[in-house]
Structures are given as C-alpha cells and as structure tokens.
Design a protein around this ligand. Structure first.
Ligand code: NAD
Length: 500
C-alpha cells in the first residue's frame, strides 16, 4: 500500500493541494511505499503566515521554559527510538544501528540547546561613560527556515530546528522529498513535548518550495545542507533576497596514512569511514592517500580482505549488516557510471562490487564495495563526489605531496591523518585548509557543543552548524547604549562622542 504523506502546518497533518507528489521508495526492495506532496507557493505562504503569527508569543516565553520543551523532546526521542529508526531505515536504507546513530546525533544537539538560557545571555558594560551603560542582547530572527538532504533525515533537521526554536524563532523545515517521514514524526514529538502550534512547520516539496522559501519576505534566515551546486544556488538566491543564509555542501574527504601509522588501525578506519552508510555521508572518507610505495602496498593488502568481507544487506537482515542499499535507482546508476569511468580512465579496480546482487532483493539499490588503487588527480573519480561505497587510493611519494592533494581539492569538509608522529600531526593540523580535521580519527564530526562546518566549496556563508555558532546564526544582536540624567551634561553636542 502506498501511503500519502502530508505537510505539518499549525500543529496538524495537512494534505497537499498541488496534485504533485514525489515517490518515496524502500531502497532495499525498490518499491514505492509512500508519496510526498510537493508544496505550492501558496502552501509555503500559509505555513509562513501561521509561523509569523505564532512567533511573538513564543519569543516572549522565557528561555528556560523554551528549553524545557527540548528536555521533554529528548525524553520522547528515547521513548520512540526504535520506531524512528525503523521508519528512517525503511526510507533511507541505512542499517538500524546507524539509523539510531542518526537520531542520537540530532538528539545530542537538542541536549546542547537545553543550555539556551546560558547561551543567550548578552554582554554588559557598566559605566562605559558618565552615567552610560552599554549592553547587548540576542533576539530571534522571527521566522527561519531549513532545507535538508536525504542522508541524515533525523540528525540534520534537528541540527536546524532545535537551536532555531530555542532561540525564540518559528521554523519552516523543508526536508528531503526522498525520506520525509521521520521529519514529520519529529514534528509530532515536538508538539507532544509542549511546543505551541505554528512554531515548527514541516513542508514537503522540491525546487518550487525551496524557491518560495528563498523569496519569501517574512523569512529572515535560511540554513541549507545538500550538494554543492544547490548550496551555491540557495546561497545566491537567498542572500540576493536580503536573508541571512548558511549553506553546507558536498565533500571529498582525504585520509593521509603516514609510513609510521598503525596500518591495521588505519585499514579498519578506512573501511568504516569509507563504506558505512554505503558512503552516503558528507564526512565519509572517499580518498585514501598512503605515503610511500611500501605503505601503499601494505595498506592495499590489508584493505582487500576486509572490504571483500563486508556484509551488504537490507536493514531487516540483522545488526551484523555493515551497510545497506543506496537511496534511489538514480543514485545507484550515477555511482556505477562513475566506477565504470574510473576503470576507463585507467585506475585499478582492486575490489569490484558492480555486479553485486542481493538474493531476494534483486530490485533493491545495492552496490557491492569498490576499491580503486592508482587513482590520479585528473580522474573524474577523484574530482567528483561519488557518494557511494567507493574508496579511491591515490599513492603519494611524500608527506608534502599528500598534503597538497588535500589542499588543492575544491572541497574542504573533512580530512584525517593517521600517524604516530606528533610533529607531523601538528604540522598537518596547522597547515591544512579544511574545516574538520581528524588525527587518528577517520570521521572527525565535532560533538554538539563544538561547531560543524567545512571550508572551500563545502560551504557558502559563515557561521557553522550547532555549537555556539548556531545561537549566533539564529539570533540578531541588539546593542543598547543608555544614559541616565545624572550623567547628562547641559547643551547639545554636535561632535561624534569619542573616548578621547
Ligand atoms: P541535494 O542537493 O540533492 O538536496 C538537498 C535539498 O535541496 C533537498 O531538500 C532538495 O529537495 C533540495 N533541492 C534539490 N534540488 C534542488 C533544486 N534544483 N533547487 C532547489 N532545491 C533543490 O542533496 P542530497 O542528495 O539530498 O544530499 C546529499 C548531498 O548533501 C551530498 O553532496 C553531501 O555531501 C551533502 N551533505 C553535506 C553536509 C554538510 O554538512 N556539508 C551534510 C550532509 C550532506
């Protein structure tokens, strides 16, 4: 049975009116299991108007009480963890333990946001001049919006709406049309946790909805996560409309393996970070850069049996499945096309997962793991983000060559180095032009109380996601200078006041 999904407006499920829908697949079977309504400009406007009407009363609730809604929300997420993970795996394809990780990484940001009363405190200068005090305060933007990708349908929506809402904003979430059920479930839980209607709206949609959000004059800020081309588009259109916009884009994360690294540890790290979630993570490692021929030979020798032993399967096959199908037939085709291209361009396909078939799931979007060796800088598999279970090995002669590979790549989301040499690690951390850096850590995703964001083409705009930056992004600073009569001199002043 194909379920017709809804929007979530004003605390209720609302049927779509456009007559346009996106098919939502079960990637393990290839069956359409739901259809998501694609919003019209009028539906976006209705959601914004309801958000705008509800927001002032919410902003007037004190921060401690706003934070208590998130406290309750965290409790409800734990209560419904299995249900959320199942819905997530059914639409995304990732394994159940990984789906729970997706929920928990979002929940951890909700926990961080419970500190809002502290994080929203302003600054105060007593006696900045005679009888003069200066203070600053953080005020919400009003209505903010978030546009999120398919690959973390629980975590990234929560990274957006938890800080925005606790800062006193109302929030319009436009999740990915490929896996929209979990965001709707999160909205139901926020209501159950005590959030007033209208403060969180979930609108399903495609480019029409995104453009309506970017052009809407009552939306003050937009946070986007997705591919680089769309990130750039959203940033340009949103800022042209005068909004505050932050957009997080694609990635090609390198891991440098130094000759002194523990190669067993490095190989395990590469397998987990390269193939977990079928490589559909913006912090996946997609390029291994062993330094020196001997390191490369040993590493490939260790990697091959580990990769060949990976268990690929549907989320229903148990917790020992390492990764599931990719999200859609189109994603599968694109990934396989790039693997073919890599072979054509002369890379060595050391492990070939192209013909993988999952027995009983022949229509699912499974791809066996692929490992390339002898990849060079000019190949498409090196330049492009593949976003699939494909790891490319580029052999570097020296540390400097390995470092410049990562530095010259257009993306700068994450990077890692495996070494036992503290001096080399320190040099790497200081010189690398990438936003999130791991030393002997393959997926250096910062925890909720630090901030998340890349450099170069992996980001447009400033201020990162979660951590203190999220509170800066979703608020405006107002600075007040006050003087009381005892400090006022007689007579008008015509010269700009200075402290001279
Ligand atoms: P995507 O760019 O296809 O979609 C992201 C969002 O943009 C979705 O909500 C989608 O509906 C919307 N969208 C798609 N096409 C559009 C168009 N033409 N105009 C306006 N809006 C449009 O990305 P995806 O495939 O869902 O997600 C995978 C990508 O996201 C990868 O590139 C990955 O690296 C990136 N990602 C980045 C981060 C990060 O923090 N840097 C995190 C997760 C994912």
């Amino acid at each position: 049975m194909v379920t017709e999904l809804t929007h979530w407006i004003d605390g209720k499920h609302v049927k779509g009116t456009s007559g346009r829908f996106a098919d939502v697949y079960n990637p393990a079977t290839g069956e359409v299991q739901a259809k998501a309504p694609l919003a019209t400009v009028e539906e976006i406007d209705a959601a914004v108007q309801s958000a705008k009407a509800a927001q002032p009363a919410w902003a007037a609730v004190n921060p401690q009480r706003r934070a208590r809604v998130l406290m309750k929300f965290v409790e409800l997420l734990h209560r419904d963890m299995d249900k959320l993970a199942e819905a997530l795996s059914r639409e995304h394809g990732k394994t159940l333990p990984d789906a729970k990780g997706d929920v928990i990484r979002g929940l951890e940001v909700a926990e961080f946001c419970i500190g809002a009363p502290h994080l929203l405190k302003g600054e105060f200068t007593d006696g900045a001049g005679p009888g003069i005090d200066i203070y600053s305060m953080r005020q919400p933007l009003g209505v903010a919006a978030g546009i999120t990708p398919f690959n973390f349908p629980a975590m990234i929506p929560m990274w957006k709406f938890c800080p925005a809402i606790v800062c006193g904003n109302a929030f319009i979430l436009k999740p990915s049309e490929r896996d929209p059920s979990v965001p709707l479930m999160l909205a139901e839980l926020m209501k159950e946790a005590g959030l007033p209607d209208g403060i969180l709206q979930v609108i399903n949609g495609d480019k029409v909805a995104v453009d309506a959000i970017l052009d809407h004059e009552d939306i003050g800020g937009v946070g986007f996560v997705g591919s680089t081309a769309i990130a750039h588009y959203v940033y340009s259109r949103g800022t042209a409309a005068g909004k505050r916009v932050q957009c997080f884009g694609g990635a090609k994360n390198h891991m440098i393996i130094m000759p002194d690294a523990d190669l067993d540890q490095a190989a395990d790290a590469l397998v987990g970070a390269g193939y977990g979630a079928a490589g559909e993570r913006c912090m996946a490692i997609s390029v291994a850069v062993p330094v020196g021929e001997k390191t490369a030979d040993l590493l490939i020798e260790k990697l091959i049996p580990k990769i060949e032993a990976l268990k690929v399967g549907p989320y229903t096959a148990g917790d020992d499945v390492d990764y599931g199908p990719v999200v859609t037939a189109a994603a599968r085709e694109k990934i396989l096309g790039l693997v073919d291209q890599g072979v054509k361009e002369g890379a060595t396909l050391a492990v070939d997962g192209r013909d993988f078939k999952m027995q009983g799931y022949e229509n699912g979007y499974f791809i066996g793991p692929c490992l390339f060796d002898n990849v060079t800088k000019d190949m498409s598999i090196y330049k492009e983000e593949i976003f699939g279970p494909v790891l490319s090995t580029v052999r570097a002669k020296t540390y400097e060559e390995a470092l410049s590979l990562a530095m010259d790549h257009e993306y700068g989301n994450g990077v890692a180095m495996f070494t036992r040499d503290g001096d080399a690690a320190r040099d790497f951390v200081n010189r690398i032009n990438v936003g999130m850096v791991g030393v002997n850590v393959p997926i250096p995703v910062p925890l909720a109380y630090h901030t998340f964001g890349g450099w170069k083409k992996s980001v447009f705009g400033d201020l990162n996601q979660h951590g203190p930056d999220a509170f800066r992004f979703y608020t405006r600073t107002k600075t007040v200078t006050s003087r009381w009569p005892s400090g006022v001199k007689e007579g008008a002043e015509f010269v700009i006041p200075t402290m001279a």
